[in-house]
Write a protein that binds this ligand. Sequence first.
Ligand SMILES: Cc1cc2nc3c(=O)[nH]c(=O)nc-3n(C[C@H](O)[C@H](O)[C@H](O)COP(=O)(O)OP(=O)(O)OC[C@H]3O[C@@H](n4cnc5c(N)ncnc54)[C@H](O)[C@@H]3O)c2cc1C
Length: 384
Amino acid sequence: MIRDPETLNLLLDSVSRFVRERLIPNEELVAETDTIPTDIVAEIRELGLFGLSIPEQYGGLNLTMEEEVLVAFEIARTSPAFRSLMGTNNGIGSQGIVIDGTEEQKQHYLPLLAAGEIIGSFALTEPGSGSDAASLRTTAVREGDHYVLNGTKRFITNAPEASIFTVMARTDQGMKGAGAISAFIVEAGTPGLSLGKIDKKMGQKGAHTCDVIFENCRVPASNLIGGQEGVGFKTAMRVLDKGRLHIAAVCVGAAERMLEDALRYAMERVQFGKAIAEFQLIQAMLADSKAEIYAARSMVLDAARRRDAKEDVSTEASCCKLFASEMCGRVADRCVQIHGGAGYVSDYAAERFYRDVRLFRIYEGTSQIQQLVIARNMLKAAEL
Ligand SMILES: Cc1cc2nc3c(=O)[nH]c(=O)nc-3n(C[C@H](O)[C@H](O)[C@H](O)COP(=O)(O)OP(=O)(O)OC[C@H]3O[C@@H](n4cnc5c(N)ncnc54)[C@H](O)[C@@H]3O)c2cc1C
């Protein structure tokens, strides 16, 4: 749903200009230094990009899903590290509070997240629990008006920068599975919370992950999200449902950028006396990529509109994440191929994007997990 096309177009234009004029020219610097320059972070803040999906009364832009994916298509036309910086505040780092937080929690944290004054992280994965998230082992034991947290979270995006963490932990030690899991807001700097060393990743330099370790970390009971135990896993899954559509949109934007670069290269590179773009085998790679991007874009927009219409889009969101992330991988591979040897060295963005987009098939639910969700929903619907 687009509420006001004129306002949205202004936002899309300013995001697109910012990506073109400020972010793309800084991509290499970010990749080399593994850091996003502070002036760029400030500009992202000024543009309001930290609060896209946070309600207006808490200082955000409150974009509908359709509006959000249109913005994501634009933001993703540059290094995914930039999107990752603002991505947790707009997605997994804020949505637990937006969806299920108490009014007091919303008023306290959401304005800071929307303004980009603080960064939020989402801590679900553990060393022993990834795809099987419901088997997580971090514990939260009630002691008076506090919970005491113990456990380790792994690969947590923006943990080194975060001021708050949404942490899923087990509050009922006698019960197995998802029903014993609760979600907490834990502030960085709380005694007993420490960070591991920053992970050395394959790509997305400038975006950081590390372990988050809780050792007798005392968290006020008022920071239990929604004030209710046992519903934290549901909160996490709702957050990820929305996140899957957002990541699918990011895959579309990244693929469009890679294809644009590859087309330009193919038109400039001459072999056998002609631009390689004139060879039909190169044209096949360009055309297949274009068709697949169009399919993914259409899927994402359809699912976003359905979500705005309050339909249950669990299946569609997984279809989008699965298809768009796999499509993005195929496009990245073809774009390296079109660049030939130049696609294998780091002088061109193709090599960097090839590594950067590999992550999209892994996090916020691997492709295999999306397949399982889709098939499970199909079987459930067939039984009705
Ligand atoms: C850069 C990065 C950032 C991340 N950011 C965050 C974050 O901010 N917060 C957070 O909580 N987590 C984060 N993660 C964790 C991410 O969500 C997990 O890595 C992902 O869900 C997969 O879990 P795993 O790594 O434990 O793999 P595993 O679950 O061990 O999976 C390994 C392989 O087995 C397959 N597999 C597993 N179960 C099945 C099954 N039932 N059927 C078929 N195949 C199966 C998987 O698809 C995969 O191919 C991040 C990870 C990375 C790499």
